[in-house]
Design a protein around this ligand. Structure first.
Ligand code: DQQ
Length: 537
């Protein structure tokens, strides 16, 4: 970020200019992390899509390379869309991606590295057999809804499997293909899974998680010690949902657990701006890592003016919660090496209707971790049975609406006098037989520029405030506020474009707009150093 580019990031992945969207083919190869991503080499709006490419030793600092995959064959001449990498048993990586053919049909293509001894894998050779999968009169696949192949996994029958996002009318589909040699792919009788009235499934992701502990497991693992996750990105709403369930490898059917659904009441990785995400198994550190695209909330006009659009979220480690009922996500530990200027506030009572400024860190580029202790629940308001939609609840009861127990939390990217601020906070309600915690990210006052989308986001947080501290961590990066509640049980990412609270004029506060006091059990904040982000040296 600079005076004339106040929204550029200090440590969130972005190229020097132009449009980016989905993360593609993330992987680790010979100790080096690779990230490809959808990129328009010609401007700040979507179009002319190629796979841009960067590598990193630590997932924090990134070296740019030339685009790895770009239109060059009939099977991708109108665009190289999203896809995934698979590490084959001999250690060779393979990329499967969607190409747009001369008739604008969506087809699936294979590319392999030209030179395996180049650690950067800069050049990729496309298979002469492309396209490997395509819509035909026989298979009746919808040619404009057939895209985003996943990483492939191996069954006990030694056959490869992968899924591709699709739809028939309003029914979302994960079409299953199988192959013996990774080149000849045959469509399975039935999809791996489908769901009514969800529309097109973009960027599906399917993988196992261990039922115990935080370590990840590799894609082909199955058995009693794992559950499976199916994530879909819904084109209609630009929201992602995931289900937890079990995968019958013999029948090749995935069955979500009871109550686990792809819509409205379903689980989300992130309740804010986060889309077209994808995980990979990091064999170097035995963890599963999630990459997601944070799109803009600004107008196209403003994007063109600033010359760029889109960033990638900080990679998150992902695992199954102890309850087995949801996933937990946490920013990769490596990001902490950018922390400097550690500021620690000892425990302190935060009276109702008060705020405290946290000074001493660069508030526009910071990592803040706070936990609250709640002891008196008397003033918690009763949760009405109709209050089932957390986003709606957060927008009706934003940070400025006084409550009983809460709103309390952080005011980030705040201007002096608070004309501009983004409020990330909790409210605690009295539910049927437990206290219900609501987590909100309120963008309504984030900018004086009225052209931005300032939708407020919200999520219910599965934390018992009677017995646990309520923790909130926010990664603040000029125009990004990535927040993690309850140690990563609910995540909300926002894009904001303050006009006053930029660079050194940005402030950070803790606030309590409830009538009941709460205790700040601990607050740690750091300035974040700049990461090396795709600058050629
Ligand atoms: N973006 C890609 C598609 C995908 C969509 C095109 C999701 O492959 O379905 O840029 O954002």
């Amino acid at each position: 970020a600079s005076a004339n580019q106040p929204y550029r990031t200090g440590y969130h992945f972005q190229p020097p200019k132009n449009w980016i969207n989905d993360p593609n083919g993330p992987m680790v190869y010979k100790g080096l992390y690779h990230l490809f991503y959808q990129y328009n080499p010609k401007g700040a709006v979507w179009g002319n899509i190629v796979w841009a490419h960067s590598t990193s030793k630590d997932l924090v600092n990134w070296t740019p390379h030339d685009p790895a995959i770009y239109p060059s064959q009939p099977s991708d001449i109108n665009g190289c869309w999203s896809g995934s990498a698979t590490i084959l048993p001999d250690g060779k990586p393979a990329i499967l991606y969607t190409g747009i053919d001369p008739q604008d049909k969506q087809v699936q293509n294979l590319a392999m590295p030209k030179n395996l001894s180049d650690p950067y894998l800069r050049e990729w050779i496309k298979s002469s057999k492309n396209p490997l999968m395509q819509p035909t009169a026989q298979n009746q696949i919808n040619a404009s809804s057939f895209r985003d192949p996943t990483t492939a996994w191996l069954g006990p029958d030694k056959k490869w499997r992968l899924i591709i996002g699709s739809k028939i009318h309003r029914q979302g589909l994960a079409i299953l293909y199988k192959s013996e040699d990774f080149v000849h792919w045959i469509q399975a009788q039935s999809p791996l899974h489908s769901a009514k009235d969800t529309g097109m499934w973009e960027c599906p992701d399917f993988f196992p998680v261990s039922v115990r502990g935080q370590n990840g497991v590799d894609i082909s693992v199955n058995g009693p010690f794992v559950k499976h996750v199916l994530k879909v990105s819904l084109d209609d709403t630009k929201h992602e949902y995931y289900t937890l369930g079990s995968y019958d490898i013999v029948k090749d059917i995935y069955t979500p657990d009871k109550g686990s659904v792809e819509s409205d009441s379903g689980l989300r990785y992130d309740y804010g701006k986060f889309y077209a995400s994808k995980t990979f198994f990091d064999t170097a550190k035995h963890r599963r890592i999630l990459w997601g695209w944070i799109n803009e909330s600004s107008s196209v006009h403003d994007d063109v003016k600033k010359g760029w659009a889109g960033v990638q979220a900080i990679p998150r480690k992902l695992w199954l919660s102890k309850s087995g009922k949801q996933l937990v996500q946490w920013p990769i530990v490596e990001i902490q090496k950018l922390r400097s200027n550690h500021l620690r506030l000892p425990s302190k009572l935060l009276k109702g209707g008060s705020e405290i400024e946290v000074s001493g860190v660069t508030a526009a580029q910071a990592d803040v971790d706070i936990s609250f202790k709640v002891t008196d629940f008397e003033k918690a308001e009763v949760l009405k049975p109709s209050w089932t939609n957390p986003q709606l609840l957060c927008s009706q009861q934003g940070a400025s609406v006084k409550g009983g127990l809460g709103p309390f939390g952080l005011l980030v990217l705040a201007s002096e006098g608070l004309k501009e601020n983004t409020a990330v906070f909790f409210r605690i309600f009295k539910g049927q037989n437990k206290y219900v915690v609501l987590m909100c990210s309120d963008q309504s006052r984030s900018s004086l520029n009225e052209d931005n989308d300032k939708t407020t986001y919200g999520a219910f947080l599965d934390v018992d405030p009677e017995h646990q501290y309520l923790s909130l961590r926010s990664l603040i990066d000029h125009s990004i506020v990535e927040s993690f509640g309850g140690g990563g049980k609910a995540c909300i990412t926002a894009r904001v474009y303050p006009t006053l609270a930029i660079n050194n004029a940005a402030h950070l506060y803790v606030f309590n707009n409830g009538s009941e006091a709460v205790e700040i059990a601990e607050l740690n904040a750091w300035s974040m150093k700049k990461a090396k982000l795709n600058l050629k040296d």
